[in-house]
Design a protein around this ligand. Structure first.
Ligand SMILES: NC(=O)c1ccc[n+]([C@@H]2O[C@H](COP(=O)([O-])OP(=O)(O)OC[C@H]3O[C@@H](n4cnc5c(N)ncnc54)[C@H](O)[C@@H]3O)[C@@H](O)[C@H]2O)c1
Length: 379
């Protein structure tokens, strides 16, 4: 057995830990650059004296130009560390800026297909990632997702050196998430536990994290119904953290294989795309595995996931499908058409999805007809 595992130097988790941010920053640098979302007021208490430091606001779904602008500002401020406090969009922006300042480069220098695909050689400036959503796990992953509106694609800038130095995960910061954001980010977290578990690149460490993460899946329903449920928020943050560690150290699958390219094609939140696609992908994968590859260990892993999610030792893979479908109904997750995908664009989505890097982690290679079937079911 061979595997490697990357994670931040330190993960600090728990309600209230955001108050430690100024001290942790002081241990990393003297000229921090602070990146927040559109509403820095939401995190003012956590930032404390850091509010006076140079910085800027990230866009929802960071673009190449937005990352360029903030990188220039961080260079001008001679930043020696970067804080990203916000949702996945903010944390990805912080990770990209910290990498680009240290490498003296532009996002497109490192982007594959639409850019030069140059390797990232220099270590990033130290980063503290403080999530305010419970979904992406970007606080512990090695990539930053950036949108190029011009090319209509989202690309990942990726290097082990882009894993944040410190992940500071305070579930209380997610209490203000409205139900829609809670649902979107929660589906992202569940998907990021499930896809690595069934992927052919799973490892013993990611398996343990994924199965434990999925035990908390029900917290998504509770947090959606009652956003002030602190226990549910804590469980969601834990699941998201585990999902990030899983995705950073194993592979994903067809949900992300489609969600990545679709995020470049339509203006829909990444987590909402995961919610719409998750059930259809699991159903299609199960049918494909049973007919073409009945000995594939992923079949039993879907059963184990069902046990974790439902809490029932006798649960079968079908119970996982039923749980996802019930949750999609409860959380009123929109289908792809409502998210903005006209079915006439399904051929484009299949063309882009079939060659995406996440698709390569799927437990079985889906045929073109099966990829169309996923989109039809998710519509
Ligand atoms: N780097 C990775 O490993 C990784 C993994 C998965 C997804 N992503 C990327 O992350 C991005 C999505 O991140 P996200 O799902 O966290 O959403 P987001 O960061 O785009 O935020 C969604 C919305 O929620 C709001 N918000 C954030 N925190 C809030 C809070 N506490 N209270 C109220 N509102 C709040 C934001 O202002 C925004 O309007 C996408 O660009 C996706 O591609 C990255």
């Amino acid at each position: 057995m061979h595997f490697s595992f990357s994670a931040p130097r330190q993960i600090v988790f728990g309600p209230g830990v955001a108050g430690r941010l100024p001290d942790l920053v002081a241990g990393l640098g003297r000229r921090p650059f602070i990146i927040t979302g559109a509403h820095p007021d939401r995190v003012a208490a956590a930032l404390g004296t850091l509010l006076d430091s140079p910085g800027g606001r990230a866009e929802n779904e960071p673009t190449v130009d937005g990352v360029r602008r903030l990188t220039e500002r961080a260079r001008a401020a001679r930043a020696d560390c970067v804080v990203g406090i916000g949702g996945g969009s903010v944390i990805d922006t912080a990770k990209a800026v910290a990498m680009l300042v240290a490498n003296g480069t532009d996002p497109l220098d490192h982007a594959e297909v639409i850019g030069e695909g140059r390797p990232i050689t220099e270590a990033s400036l130290p980063v503290i990632a403080v999530p305010t959503t419970a979904g992406t796990g970007a606080e512990v992953t090695a990539n930053a997702v950036v949108l190029s509106p011009e090319h209509g694609v989202k690309v990942s800038l990726r290097a082990i050196s882009m894993v944040p130095t410190i992940a500071l995960v305070d579930p209380d910061l997610t209490l203000s998430c409205p139900p829609g954001t809670t649902a979107d980010s929660g589906f992202d977290a569940i998907t990021q536990c499930l896809e690595p578990l069934v992927s052919h690149a799973s490892t013993p460490i990611t398996d343990a994290l994924a199965l434990d993460g999925l035990r908390h899946a029900d917290a998504l329903r509770r947090a959606f119904v009652d956003g002030a449920d602190r226990r549910a928020r804590e469980e969601m943050s834990l699941m998201a953290l585990y999902g990030g560690l899983c995705l950073a150290n194993a592979k994903l699958g067809a949900v992300h294989g489609f969600a990545g390219p679709l995020g470049g094609m339509i203006d829909a939140p990444h987590g909402a795309l995961c919610g719409a696609l998750l059930g259809p992908v699991v159903e299609t994968n199960l049918a494909a595995l049973r007919t073409r590859d009945a000995g594939n260990p992923a079949l039993d892993r879907y059963r184990l996931a069902a046990v974790s999610v439902t809490g029932r030792p006798d649960a079968q893979a079908g119970d996982l499908v039923a749980w996802i479908s019930d949750t999609v109904d409860l959380l009123e997750v929109p289908g792809l058409r409502r998210l903005g995908l006209d079915p006439v664009r399904h051929p484009e989505a299949v063309r882009k999805g079939s060659v995406s890097s996440s698709m390569k982690g799927n437990p079985i290679v889906l045929t073109e007809a099966e990829l169309f079937e996923v989109l039809a079911r998710a519509a």
